[in-house]
Design a protein around this ligand. Structure first.
Ligand SMILES: Nc1ncnc2c1ncn2[C@@H]1O[C@H](COP(=O)(O)OP(=O)(O)OP(=O)(O)O)[C@@H](O)[C@H]1O
Ligand SMILES: [Mg+2]
Length: 444
């Protein structure tokens, strides 16, 4: 503080001595005049600096005025304060922008509501979930937009942990879970979360349990029925007993097949490790022809067309199980006298395809997308009667997925079907590294 007083003190002393000199040379009035003039000059100087300060404060983006002494220091300190305030504000604005950007892009919907439940702000996902439009719906009552009485009652009720579940406003097929949290001072933050996938998986799990129980109930009921009948028999007829034992065996076998398929599916889903061996598809196809002949028992003509000499990288066991599922389906769903063709060929995109074509009953178009669902059967009774569990194509789909391959199904009712496993180029072992090419179609 002191350094600022020295110039002022020096000025006053100078003025005092000047007035003394004027008094000595002239008279007391002259001395007084010098004092008044000196003080007036100082006052004018301060008024001038105050005016500069007022002008600068009106527009602090301009450079601060320059001055000497106490005014110079005041200007310097004020300029520094303005500068750090601006920097702080820019930083906060950048943080806020980043936060808003992140909230805007959140996969969950966020809607800020005021005290009267009018929309103050919402993000992209909320727009998508609740059919909000920016800026049209800003300031609108949320109840006018989400016209669902139960939703409005929930929003006006006490805050709850469980949340509220309803279909998305934009798409009734999608399911949302909504929650709200109070936002001080008197706002609410409404959060929406899309649980469509979760609900779908949950429904699938319920269906799966129901299906497994249903599939197991039939054989178990038959077995229990026979056992009760046996218990009631005093002297069983050996012939009838044998027949019954045979039926019991069939049902037990069916249960075993179902459990085996379920275990295979569970393993395919949980096993991340997979063998990556070279599979010689030609040899595999030849053994499948033999399997098909065994299953068919001479009722069908089995044809093998090897148009590629390529191999596959993968799990021989899994690929065998997938291909043999396709072959057994062809045999099972083709009436006697039909032709079943196994074909292995390269495709245009550098991959290769294994297909099984039959001249069977064919499948109506509406069933085709659902064939790989667990337990899905076009004709339940027919499939069960032939010993099918309805899990075969689900297993095929999983195996192919694990090999980055996919299943293509083409079918014409009354003419037959072709099930093709399409392998991408990265799974193919070129012909030279497996065996010499065999491009001529070979009928087995
Ligand atoms: N080649 C085919 N021709 C006609 N329908 C077929 C053919 N392959 C499959 N299907 C239909 O697709 C359904 C599902 O086949 P999938 O192999 O998954 O089960 P499945 O044969 O009934 O039993 P499994 O688990 O023993 O194979 C079958 O029930 C059948 O209706
Ligand atoms: Mg099958």
């Amino acid at each position: 503080m002191w350094p600022y007083w020295w110039p002022a003190l020096a000025y006053l002393l100078g003025l005092f001595f000047l007035s003394l000199i004027a008094w000595q040379i002239f008279d007391a009035t002259a001395g007084l005049l010098v004092v008044c003039a000196g003080l007036a000059l100082k006052l004018l100087q301060h008024l001038f600096q105050l005016r500069r300060l007022a002008a600068w404060l009106a527009d602090p983006s301009q450079p601060a005025p320059q001055a000497l002494g106490i005014w110079g220091d005041v200007f310097y300190r004020l300029a520094r304060m303005v500068h750090s305030h601006n920097a702080e504000r820019a930083r906060s604005q950048a943080d806020l922008r980043q936060l808003l950007q992140a909230t805007r892009l959140l996969p969950d919907g966020v809607v800020i509501l005021d005290k009267q439940q009018r929309i103050v702000w919402f993000n992209q996902a909320a727009q998508d979930h609740l059919n909000l439009q920016d800026p049209r719906d800003l300031g609108q009552f949320i109840g006018y937009i989400v016209r669902n009485a139960a939703f409005n009652a929930w929003l006006n009720g006490p805050q709850d942990e469980a949340g509220f579940t309803m279909p998305a406003v934009t798409d009734a097929e999608r399911t949302l879970t909504l929650r709200w949290v109070p936002l001080p001072p008197e706002q609410k933050m409404l959060l929406s979360h899309d649980i469509t996938e979760l609900a779908r998986v949950d429904a699938m799990r319920r269906d799966f349990v129901a299906n497994v129980s249903h599939e197991l109930r039939t054989p178990v009921t038959v077995i229990v029925g026979f056992l009760e009948a046996f218990a009631d028999m005093d002297e069983p007829d050996p012939e009838q007993f044998k027949r019954h034992i045979q039926l019991l065996h069939e049902q037990a076998e069916r249960m075993r097949r179902l459990l085996d398929d379920l275990l295979t599916l569970a393993r395919l889903e949980s096993d991340t490790e997979m063998a990556d061996e070279a599979i010689d598809v030609a040899t595999l196809a030849r053994s499948l022809v033999q399997e098909a002949e065994g299953l068919s028992g001479g009722r069908h003509r089995i044809v093998l067309e090897l148009q590629s000499a390529a191999g596959i990288k993968g799990s021989p066991k899994e690929i065998h199980s997938a291909f043999s599922n396709l072959v057994s389906n062809a045999v099972r769903y083709t009436p006697p006298g039909g032709v079943i063709t196994l074909r292995w060929r390269d495709n245009a995109s550098g991959g290769a395809e294994f297909s099984v074509t039959d001249t069977g009953e064919g499948i109506e178009a509406q069933h085709i997308p659902r064939l790989t669902e667990r337990f899905y059967r076009v004709d339940r009774g027919r499939s069960r009667a032939t010993g099918g569990t309805g899990l075969g194509l689900a297993i095929v789909k999983h195996v192919l997925q694990r090999h980055q391959a996919h299943l293509r199904i083409e079918s014409t009712v009354g003419k037959g079907s072709t099930f093709t496993a399409v392998f991408p180029a990265e799974r193919i072992i070129p012909a030279a590294s497996t065996r010499p090419p065999a491009s001529v179609p070979a009928a087995a």
